[in-house]
Design a protein around this ligand. Structure first.
Ligand code: FMN
Ligand code: SF4
Ligand code: SF4
Length: 419
């Protein structure tokens, strides 16, 4: 999603009316709520402080957006300058008693500096992050989308949604590592319980959703809360520790249907296309019939009903869980090497792994011209490129290397090739 907009078309008087209506609406709902957060964005003069004061009540929190590039009525917002952010936070701190968060722009080199300035200025926390500055796209004739007016002019807008999630996750985890205990309201690509959980694991204490609500409606929040409860519940079931969130581990399959190891049945590998596929189908059918006969002799399997043996974690228990794994490049192990392993039963023989390893990797995959079966050789460096592009999830896995890795650099350095 891309947003190009002014902050508001409302006058101060109109904002006051909104404040009054919200206060009334909120006081009606107060019994069932922990409070609400007012999102506020304004210039660096003090006019907006009056609006804040008007909105303020003790059940409220405020989030103040710092936008880096907008010039509104001639006023430049200063979200990329720690000094300005610190000062604006000081003004807000003096003006209101209620908690307030500074909303940070990701369009900076070091977001931790801005978060620290907010903390020093008295903010109760930060929101990370606002939208990422971008040019959304150009049509084939060179005109932009979105385009405004007959001249079809565009400008750099704020990109949001799941495209910016990695940037927001980085920002949240960096701030959480640098400023432990400083509350972070995470936003940027939360579109499921699973992505929300990633932000909690990265150190966020609260989650904010925008584009996903644009894409559907407010009911997504209920879905995410239910999903989050399910994730937390699953953590308490010891029997499901090998699950990836709500997904069981991948079984060996072709097009989702379980398949036996063909090599174990007939003593050789068989690919999954053309006449080979017909052979496979025949072998798999025979194997299934045999298994069916055997299983009918056994008693009916009972459905597992797992009971939590560990306490179900609360949200606060999982905040920052991932931070122990995030560090600098220098902290990564360069002795624990891995290699790619291809599951020949799941492979659809498309050859994509071969192409990528050949052209962009280390020429470590052999591709049988007859059967299209790929084989990883000892030249594999464990770069994971093939895993990233394989269309079948979990068909390629990385496993620990058991032999020492010897880099192959082509010709020995002493040999000067003749051109
Ligand atoms: C159309 C649109 C309008 C937005 N308006 C504001 C705004 O007025 N104030 C603000 O702080 N953030 C604003 N944002 C940023 C969102 O609050 C949110 O931080 C950002 O879009 C990233 O979250 P998301 O990926 O869930 O959308 C806006 C985003 C969009 C897409
Ligand atoms: S990319 Fe995956 S499916 Fe395609 S040939 Fe390689 S391992 Fe098989
Ligand atoms: S991990 Fe890298 S080097 Fe190894 S086979 Fe895959 S693409 Fe090639």
């Amino acid at each position: 999603m891309d947003g190009i907009k002014e902050i508001t078309d409302m006058s101060l008087e109109e904002l006051h009316v909104v404040a009054r209506d919200w206060s009334k609406c909120y006081s009606d709902k107060r019994a069932n709520s922990d409070g609400f957060i007012l999102f506020f964005c304004g210039g660096i003069d003090r006019e907006w402080l009056f609006v804040i004061l008007n909105f303020s009540s003790k059940e409220m929190s405020i989030q103040k957006s710092f936008d880096p590039v907008k010039i509104i009525a001639g006023r430049l917002f200063g979200g990329q300058d720690p000094e300005l952010v610190r000062n604006i936070c000081r003004w807000v701190r003096q003006a209101v008693q209620i908690p307030f968060f500074a909303k940070l722009t990701p369009n900076v080199t070091n977001i931790v500096n801005i978060a620290r300035a907010s903390q020093e200025g008295g903010a109760d926390g930060v929101t990370a992050t606002n939208t990422v500055s971008g040019l959304m796209g150009l049509k084939a004739d060179g005109t932009p989308w979105p385009a405004v007016g007959l001249r079809k002019k565009t400008t750099y807008g704020g990109v949001s949604g799941n495209a910016i999630r990695p940037i927001a996750l980085r920002a949240v985890s960096e701030i959480a590592r640098a400023l432990p205990g400083f509350p972070i309201l995470a936003t940027g690509g939360i579109d499921s319980a699973e992505s929300g959980l990633q932000f909690l694991h990265s150190g966020a204490t609260v989650l904010q959703v925008c584009s996903a609500i644009h894409n559907q409606d407010y009911t997504v929040i209920e879905d995410y809360c239910t999903g989050l409860k399910a994730f937390l519940y699953l953590e308490s079931l010891e029997e499901l520790q090998d699950w990836e969130g709500q997904s069981p581990p991948s079984i060996q399959h072709q097009k989702g249907k379980p398949v036996p190891k063909i090599a174990e049945l007939i003593g050789k590998k068989l690919p999954s296309f053309g006449p080979y596929l017909e052979q496979r189908k025949k072998i798999i059918t025979e194997s299934k019939l045999k298994l069916k006969e055997q299983s009918s002799l056994l008693s009916q399997l009972e459905r597992n009903c797992f009971v939590p043996k560990k306490p179900i974690p609360a949200v606060k228990d999982v905040i920052g869980k991932a931070l122990q794994y995030i560090g600098t490049y220098g902290e990564l192990s360069n002795t624990e090497q891995v290699v790619a392993v291809i599951d020949e039963e799941m492979c659809i023989n498309c050859g994509k792994c071969y192409m990528t390893c050949n052209d962009s990797g280390y020429q470590a995959i052999q591709f049988d011209p007859e059967t299209h079966l790929p084989t990883v050789t000892d030249s594999c460096t464990g770069c994971t490129l093939c895993l990233s592009i394989c269309p079948i999830i979990d068909c390629i896995r990385m496993v620990s290397r058991t032999t020492p890795y010897e880099a192959k650099r082509g010709l020995p350095l002493a040999v000067i090739p003749v051109c």
